[in-house]
Design a protein around this ligand. Sequence first.
Ligand SMILES: [Zn+2]
Length: 131
Amino acid sequence: MIKDIDELTEEQIEICLNSGTERPFTGKFLNEDRVGTYRCVRCHNALFRSDTKFDAGCGWPSFYEAISETSLRYLDDYSLGRHRTEIRCGNCDAHMGHVFPDGPQPTGLRFCLNSIALNFKWDETGEEIDG
Ligand SMILES: [Zn+2]
């Protein structure tokens, strides 16, 4: 199920549909360290497992590997006058963040996410939390 625009909060619309960026060090999942799955907040497509999350020091929740090759879409983004790779949900096309080539091994990638674009499902209880 992909949520309709009227089921999204103003913040979710700004991030997911208008490719906005939440302010650094403000996101709900920045320091989240429970074991579980991070999913698209709009359609619950599984994107990242908690064991690939790391502290990049950049102020946004960061991961070094996506759950699968098709869980995300990758687009060239020149909006800040330089090239970045935008990441979107591979299912509903919601904007998630960007991926940079300066992450840790084994991938060398840093997937930099907006908490607001994510939903976290905690393994232990099945509790689901929107970012
Ligand atoms: Zn989605």
